[in-house]
Design a protein around this ligand. Structure first.
Ligand code: B16
Ligand code: MG
Length: 215
């Protein structure tokens, strides 16, 4: 029986991927190359340091560890400037109604995000109080597709892994759920999220009962 829902943040609750992309693109441009929106797909659910490595490899740029720390810090400052404009209008379609539905059940709500900025973003958009537990980038050492983020989520909720259901928009995130032994609801396109147990474009109009009967 499913007792807990573990939500990814970026791409499921709020659309911060565009701000990550803009900040990484600015950094790449300063280094003399560009990154496409298609390339940005590969960075979804991937930690800041791992994303930087992937981008530098893509641009064929080799840098010292010191310079990498400097660039990751700069990118985060640009990202924070962009997200500081966010309001509750940036919450993705269907989320407030879906959370209302959850409140009518005994299901607990957890966050499973790789982002170190997750709490700040949830506060900005006024959703932080909806969560029973929060696992973010400050609590984990391995990014998705490693299952750590979701295993810690189950542990903090005090549920077994198979009692938790993950909501994810990233291929790496669905893999992390599977690696944790959990079923996963994909948010996005079925042709991309092939490992998800069920896929919806977003949670608008989706009934909890319908999900639980499908997976
Ligand atoms: P930060 P999620 C992930 O969030 C993003 O998808 C990914 O693009 C980002 O690099 C990562 O968080 C780290 O974010 O730089 O804020 O610590 O999808 O796991 O909610
Ligand atoms: Mg995501």
């Amino acid at each position: 029986m499913i007792k807990g829902f573990l939500f990814d943040l970026d791409g499921v609750i709020v659309e911060t991927a565009i701000f990550h992309y803009q900040a990484w693109r600015r950094m790449a441009n300063e280094l003399g190359f560009d990154i496409s929106e298609e390339f940005n797909e590969k960075l979804k659910g991937i930690s800041r340091t791992e994303s930087l490595e992937i981008i530098l490899m893509h641009g064929g740029v080799e840098l010292s560890e010191e310079k990498k720390v400097e660039l990751a810090t700069k990118k985060n400052e640009w990202y924070l400037e962009l997200v500081s404009q966010m309001t509750e209008k940036d919450i993705l379609e269907g989320i407030p109604e879906f959370f209302e539905q959850i409140k009518q059940t005994d299901i607990k709500i957890g966050l499973g995000s790789v982002s170190k900025n997750a709490k700040m973003i949830l506060e900005r958009v006024g959703l932080i109080d909806q969560f029973d537990i929060i696992i973010d980038g400050t609590k984990i050492t391995k990014g998705k597709p490693d299952p750590e983020v979701f295993l810690k989520g189950a542990e903090e909720l005090r549920f077994r892994t198979n009692e938790c259901l993950v909501f994810e928009d990233a291929v790496a995130g669905i893999q992390a759920a599977k690696n944790a032994g959990m079923k996963a609801v994909g948010i996005g396109k079925p042709e991309i999220l092939t490992q998800a147990d069920v896929v919806y474009p977003n949670l608008e109009g989706v009934k909890i009962e319908e999900i639980l009967n499908t997976i």
